[in-house]
Structure formats: C-alpha cells, structure tokens
Design a protein around this ligand. Structure first.
Ligand SMILES: Cc1ncc(COP(=O)(O)O)c(C=O)c1O
Length: 354
C-alpha cells in the first residue's frame, strides 16, 4: 500500500460535494417490463422500426457493458466510469476537482492536446513541465509543484501521444505517492506497448485514474466509448456529475456485440505491431529521414529534413499524416499512424519519389 494519505473529500469541489445528482426516469424505475409512461419518450415508436427501441432512453448505468468490462479488466463494476470517448472522462475530472480561476492542472508537453483544451474550457490554470529531450518526465522539475495546494490534477500519458514512448515507472510511482490530488494515467495506446497496465495498481493508489479507450486497439472509434478506471470514491463522483444518458444505447449494444469477437482485437494488435516494425525498417533507408523514435503505440514519430515539405508532398498524393513540426520538442517531426500492409506499401512507394 502506498504511503500517500489521499482524502478525496479534501479535493473535490464544494459545489460537487453538495450537488444533488439528477435522478432520471430510468434511475427511479429500473424494471424492463411494463407500460412506460415515465420518461416522455415517443410511445408510438421511432423513425426506424426494428427491435432496438430507438424511442426509449438507454441504460444510464450501462450495467451489462460494465459487467463485461469488469470481467475483461479484472476489476469491479464500481471501479468503472464509461464516457462519450475518453475525452468526456478527461473533461469531467476538471469539472469535479478543479475550481475555475483558482485551481491548477499539470501536464508534460508534448502530449495529448485535450488536456490543454479541457483546462482552458474549464478556466483552470495550466502548469506545463516539458518532457526531457528523450521524452521522459522531468521529475526534478515536477516535484516542487506537488505540494502546491491549488494543484488538483496531473495528466500523464503513457504511452505518450505524439512521442510514442512509455514513461518511466519509478517516476510515476513517485508522483502517485507524493501528490495528494488526482493522478491520471492516459493509457489510450497501452495495448500496443510492452508496459503492463496501471490498472493492476488501482488498489494501491486511491488517487489514480487510468483512462482507456475503445477507439484504438479495439477499433471502435466511431462508437465514442472511453473509460476511467479508479477507486470507487472517484467513480461515484463521475456518476454524480455525468449527463444521465452519456453513452447511447447503440454504443452499448454494439460494444457488447463487439466483445463477442474479442480475439479480433488481439489479432489486430499483433498485426499492427508487426506492420510497425516492418515500416520502421523500411523507413530507415530514406536519407531525408533523420530519426525514427522507438514506438510503443500504433503510430510512429519521425524526424525528417523538412516536415512541412514532406507533409505537403504526401497530401498531394492523397496520403494524410500528421505534421507535428510546430509541437514542442518535435521540430520537423511527423506522426504516422500504422496502416494496413497495403497502405504502408503505398506510403513507402510515394516516399520513393519524394
Ligand atoms: C492519448 C489519448 N487519449 C485519449 C484520446 C481520445 O480517445 P477517445 O476517442 O476515447 O476520446 C486520444 C485520441 O487520439 C489520445 O491520443
């Protein structure tokens, strides 16, 4: 057990502590049989006639889906929050724990852009502690901030987007043990990495929130489903403040259907990793490629001679990559998602004529 004495009551915003959560029709009556005249739905049906009852609100607690996820992640349903993408899980943390125009968030650029956007939407001051030149946490520069009473949230992305590396475990442990606010570890890309998931540590750290998404390895980006896994006290707060029907019924149904084909996910991860290694090998032969950073994700960060020129050239060939040239520490870098074998071959063919 970690030494950190984390008290959630001390960091949750007062208005959230005092909040009386909205009680939806489906909260007040949870049976599935009867004549439902309680939610002002359209009793005559919907635009689409099938067995899925689009005219009815979905389960606000996503019970069946959470039971399945609990089984997969080897945790309890009480430790799971499901959101409209992990972006919703990020935003709700600000609303729960960071007082606008008073509290602060810390993250380490270059990293996923939504931490900054969510902080700005919620009027929360940002402390940026850039990664070191080798994309590691600059722990000596982070430590002095951990005792700042207004620092409520720390976002760590591991494996990190766009640098594609995992962050040093010892440094993360130090932060988890020292900081008395919420430490978020965004594991959107963890499936592609050798690093084991921090979910295994949830019982050791009551201040830990692990973010996961179904948009990457699971191949379900269109459904918009992400999750926060944490101590039940943190999940209770999520549930108190989330919009009642934040995960739509089709997403719940289709994800449950998708779980029937779980083996496809594992195969896709293996295929993507194999393609990643092949692509890295081939890219090494181009003289305009200066460095390919080691990747534990489904993308690679590549330093080239002139990122703007390369980006424009590939666009002219209708191959779209991400230009990260203006991102901190990523001068002349591009981020390339690993495609199918055919897509990667076409990328390589185009690069031959660059
Ligand atoms: C690190 C990271 N976290 C979260 C997300 C967003 O995930 P979702 O699709 O679940 O909102 C992304 C998307 O690119 C990401 O790179």
């Amino acid at each position: 057990m970690a030494e950190n004495i984390f008290e959630i009551e001390k960091i949750v915003r007062k208005n959230i502590s005092n909040l009386k959560a909205y009680s939806s029709a489906r909260d007040e009556y949870q049976g599935t049989r009867g004549i439902f005249l309680d939610a002002n739905e359209n009793s005559f049906g919907s635009l689409i006639h099938n067995e899925y009852n689009f005219n009815r609100y979905p389960d606000p607690h996503q019970k069946l889906l959470k039971e399945k996820i609990a089984d997969i992640e080897q945790i309890n349903v009480e430790n799971i929050f499901l959101g409209n993408g992990s972006d919703e899980a990020i935003d709700l943390l600000f609303r729960a724990f960071a007082e606008p125009n008073m509290d602060k968030v810390l993250y380490c650029p270059p990293t996923y852009g939504m931490y900054e956007v969510s902080a700005n939407i919620n009027a929360v001051e940002i402390i940026e502690v850039p990664l070191t030149a080798d994309f590691e946490l600059d722990i000596e520069k982070i430590l002095p901030h951990l005792t700042n009473p207004n620092l409520k949230l720390i976002f760590l992305c591991s494996p990190n987007n766009p640098t594609s590396n995992t962050l040093n475990v010892k440094n993360i442990e130090t932060i988890l043990k020292t900081f008395k606010g919420i430490v978020v570890i965004d594991e959107a890309y963890q499936d592609f990495s050798k690093q084991i998931s921090w979910v295994k540590n949830l019982s050791n750290y009551p201040n830990l929130v692990v973010l996961k998404t179904f948009s990457k390895a699971w191949g379900m980006a269109n459904l918009r489903l992400g999750m926060a896994l944490a101590d039940s006290k943190i999940i209770d707060i999520y549930n108190k403040i989330k919009p009642p029907y934040n995960v739509n019924g089709e997403t719940q149904r289709l994800m449950l259907e998708g779980f029937e084909n779980k083996s496809r996910k594992y195969r896709a991860v293996d295929d993507i990793i194999a393609e990643r290694e092949k692509l890295i090998d081939r890219l090494k032969n181009f003289s305009f490629i200066k460095h390919i950073y080691p990747s534990e994700t489904n993308f690679i960060l590549v330093k080239v001679e002139n990122a703007n020129l390369l980006y424009d050239y590939l666009i002219s060939k209708q191959i779209i990559i991400r230009n990260r040239h203006t991102t901190l520490l990523c001068e002349n870098c591009v981020r390339i998602t690993i495609g199918t074998n055919m897509e990667n071959m076409m990328l390589l063919k185009a690069l031959e004529s660059f």
